[in-house]
Design a protein around this ligand. Structure first.
Ligand code: ADP
Ligand code: MG
Length: 585
C-alpha cells in the first residue's frame, strides 16, 4: 500500500503562511481571485502544451473552471481541467516559493511592517491565501497526459507540514478544497453563501476568458398540498431553491480587450466603456492595441465626451483599470497615465506584471513607466490623427475634444518634456486676426510675415481684454498676427515652451519687443530721436512713480495709447501673479 508522505514547508513558505493567517483576515476575499487565477493559468498552460500534443486534451477540450460549495461539509472547491500536477510538481509548486515576486515582497517587508495587515493586504499571496479562510486545504490533482492512477492528494493545515499521497483521479486537472474555518462558514462572513462567491467572481474575475461555472439553482415549488394550481387567485405555495447537477456559467467569459480589434463592433466598445465608467454618454473615441515592446500589454483607451466636474480638483479619481493576464488587479491605477491625461479611461492588461503588484510597486516599476509612456504616446497620436484629419467628422471630434480638455493637455507642456513638441502641435488659439480657438502654431507660422523671426503671443484673462490691449497696437498697425491666450494655464505652460519648431515664442507684454527686420530704418531713427527729446519727461515720471515702477522707457510698441505697463523678461505677469494668488501661493 502506498504510504502517505510527510513534508516540511520551505522556511519562507512557513513565514508567509504565518503572515497570511495572522495579518490578512481583513482581505479574506482575495482567495477567490487567487484560486480562480491559478485555475485559469493552469488552463492557459495546458492550451499552450497542447499546441504540440493534442492528446493532452484527453477528449475534453473545453477548458473551464468550476466552483462548488458544500454547506454540509463546510467546504468550497475550485475545480479546473487545466494542466494539473504530478507528485513532484505538487511538492515543488505548493511547498516552496518559486516565484520571485513573493520572495522579493517578503524581503522588502521590514519586521515592523509585517505587523501591518493593511499594508500586507495590498499584496496577493497566491495559493496560500486559501489559508486565510480555511484550516485545511486539500488538493487533488492529476497531470494532463498521465494515467488515472498517477493522481496526487496534497493536504495541509497551513502550519508547518503537508502530506502527499497517490490517488486515482479520472479527470485531468486540479481540484482544490478549502475546509472553511468556523468564522468563515457561518454568519455574515460565510463563504458558503453562493451569492457572495458569485459576486466576488464578478468583481475580480469577470474578464477571465474561460467559463467560470457554479451549480445551477432552481426554485422548486412545494407540491405537498396537491391542490389544483390552475387557480390564479390561490396564495403562492411554498417552495425552496434546490441545487441541480447542472453547471451554469456565471462570468461573461470574454475579455473584450483580449479579442482582436477587427472582430469587435463599435457597439461592443461603447457598451464596455459604459460598463467600466458608468458614463451615460458614448465615448468620443478610443484606441485598442496590443503592444509588443520591452513590456507586453494590451491597451484599450477611451476619451470621454465630457469632462468630469472634478477634473481640476486634486482628489479626482483617475487612472486605468489594471489587469494582469485578465485578472483584475485594481481600479484607478494612476501610475499608468501622466497627470495631464487624467481624463482618459480604459484598461491595461499586462502579462509581465506580477499578480501581487501593489500601488507602491507600480510607482517604482520600470515596466509601469514604459506602459505609461506608451499610453501617453498612443493618446497623443490618436489626438493628432483627429486634428490633422481631412475628414470633417474627425475634425469636429477634435474641436469637441479641445473644448472639453484643451486646458488639461496644456499642462502636459510643462509636465511631459519628452512629448512637449507633440502636445504643442495640438494646441489651438484665437489670434488677433482669427476668432475662435482654431489656430495652431503651425498655422500661425505658415502665415508669418517675411522677416518675422518670432511667434508673438499675448496672455490675458479674456478675449475682449486681449483685443483691446495697448500692447497689440503696433502689431495691428504692421499687420502682424498675434496669438491671444486667455486660459489660466497658458501663462504657466508658456514658461516651459520657448520655441515651436525652432521659431522662438515671444510674449509681447514682456520686456522689449524686437521686431527685427519688420522695423524699418526710418522708424528706428525716429525712436532714437524720441528717446532723446522725451528724456526730461521720462525722468519726471521716474521720480513721480518712485518705487512703484522698476523703470520707465520710451516705447515704439504703442500707436494710439499714451502709455502701457510692461513686465520685465523673466518676471511674473499680472495674470500669473493672480493665478498664483488664487492657488494660495
Ligand atoms: P503563482 O500563481 O504566482 O505562480 P501561486 O502561489 O498562486 O503562485 O501558485 C503557486 C504554483 O502552484 C503555481 O505557479 C502553479 O505551478 C501551482 N498551481 C497552483 N494552482 C494550480 C492549479 N489549479 N493547477 C495547476 N497548478 C497550480
Ligand atoms: Mg497564482
Amino acid at each position: 500500500k502506498p504510504a502517505l508522505k510527510k513534508h516540511t514547508f520551505e522556511a519562507e513558505v512557513a513565514q508567509l503562511l504565518h503572515l497570511v493567517t495572522h495579518s490578512l483576515y481583513s482581505n479574506s476575499d482575495i482567495f477567490v481571485r487567487e484560486l480562480v487565477s491559478n485555475a485559469s493559468d493552469a488552463c492557459d498552460k495546458l492550451r499552450f502544451e497542447a499546441t504540440n500534443d493534442d492528446s493532452l486534451y484527453e477528449d475534453d477540450g473545453e477548458l473551464r473552471i468550476r466552483i462548488a460549495v458544500d454547506e454540509d461539509a463546510k467546504t468550497i472547491t475550485f475545480i479546473d481541467n487545466g494542466i494539473g500536477m504530478n507528485e513532484a510538481d505538487a511538492i515543488e509548486n505548493l511547498g516552496t516559493i518559486a516565484k520571485s515576486g513573493t520572495k522579493a515582497f517578503l524581503d522588502k517587508l521590514s519586521e515592523s511592517q509585517k505587523q501591518d495587515g493593511q499594508l500586507i493586504g495590498q499584496f496577493g499571496v497566491g495559493f496560500y491565501s486559501g489559508f486565510i479562510v480555511s484550516d485545511t486545504i486539500s488538493v487533488e490533482t492529476r497531470k494532463a497526459g498521465d494515467t488515472a492512477d498517477k493522481g496526487v492528494r496534497w493536504v495541509s493545515d497551513g502550519t508547518g507540514v503537508f502530506t502527499v499521497e497517490p490517488i486515482t483521479k479520472a479527470e485531468r486537472g486540479t481540484s482544490i478544497t478549502l475546509h472553511l474555518k468556523e468564522q468563515y462558514s457561518e454568519g455574515e462572513d460565510s463563504y458558503l453563501d453562493r451569492g457572495k462567491i458569485k459576486q466576488l467572481v464578478n468583481k475580480y474575475s469577470d474578464h477571465i476568458s474561460l467559463p467560470i461555472q457554479m451549480r445551477k439553482e432552481i426554485w422548486q415549488e412545494d407540491i405537498a398540498d396537491g391542490e389544483d394550481d390552475s387557480d390564479e387567485n390561490a396564495a403562492p405555495t411554498g417552495g425552496e431553491m434546490v441545487l441541480t447537477d447542472e453547471w451554469e456559467t456565471i462570468n461573461k467569459a470574454s475579455a473584450l480587450w483580449t479579442r482582436s480589434a477587427s472582430e469587435i463592433e463599435d457597439d461592443e466598445y461603447v457598451d464596455f466603456y459604459k460598463n467600466i465608467t458608468y458614463d451615460m454618454d458614448a465615448p468620443l473615441t478610443w484606441t485598442h492595441n496590443r503592444v509588443e515592446g520591452r513590456v507586453q500589454y494590451t491597451q484599450l483607451l477611451y476619451i470621454p465626451k465630457k469632462a468630469p466636474v472634478d477634473l481640476y480638483t486634486r482628489e479626482q479619481q483617475h487612472g486605468l483599470k489594471l489587469y494582469v493576464k485578465r485578472v483584475f488587479i485594481m481600479d484607478d491605477a494612476e501610475q499608468l497615465l501622466p497627470m495631464y491625461l487624467r481624463f482618459v479611461k480604459g484598461v491595461i492588461d499586462s502579462a509581465d506584471l506580477p499578480l501581487n503588484v501593489s500601488r507602491e510597486i507600480l510607482q517604482e516599476s520600470r515596466d509601469v513607466k514604459s506602459i505609461r509612456d506608451g499610453n501617453a504616446r498612443r493618446i497623443l497620436t490618436l489626438l493628432a490623427s483627429l486634428a490633422n484629419s481631412e475628414d470633417s467628422d474627425k475634425q469636429a471630434k477634435f474641436a469637441e475634444f479641445y473644448a472639453e480638455f484643451g486646458d488639461v493637455i496644456k499642462e502636459g507642456v510643462g509636465e511631459d518634456m519628452g512629448n512637449q513638441e507633440r502636445i504643442a502641435k495640438l494646441l489651438r488659439y484665437a489670434t488677433s486676426t482669427q476668432d475662435g480657438e482654431t489656430t495652431s502654431f503651425e498655422d500661425y507660422k505658415a502665415r508669418m510675415k517675411d522677416g518675422q523671426k518670432a511667434i508673438y503671443y499675448l496672455t490675458t484673462d479674456n478675449i475682449a481684454a486681449a483685443k483691446n490691449s495697448p500692447q497689440l497696437e503696433l502689431f495691428k498697425k504692421k499687420g502682424i498676427e498675434v496669438i491671444l491666450m486667455t486660459s489660466r494655464v497658458d501663462e504657466w505652460a508658456m514658461n516651459f515652451l520657448t520655441a515651436f519648431d525652432e521659431t522662438p515664442l515671444q510674449n509681447i507684454a514682456k520686456g522689449a519687443v524686437d521686431l527685427g527686420d519688420l522695423q524699418d530704418e526710418a522708424e528706428k531713427a525716429e525712436a532714437e530721436k524720441a528717446e532723446e527729446t522725451l528724456k526730461p519727461v521720462v525722468d519726471k515720471l521716474k521720480v513721480a512713480l518712485g518705487e512703484r515702477a522698476k523703470d520707465v522707457k520710451v516705447s515704439t510698441r504703442l500707436v494710439d495709447s499714451p502709455a502701457c505697463l510692461v513686465v520685465g523678461e523673466g518676471e511674473l505677469s499680472p495674470q500669473m501673479i493672480q493665478m498664483l494668488k488664487q492657488m494660495g501661493q
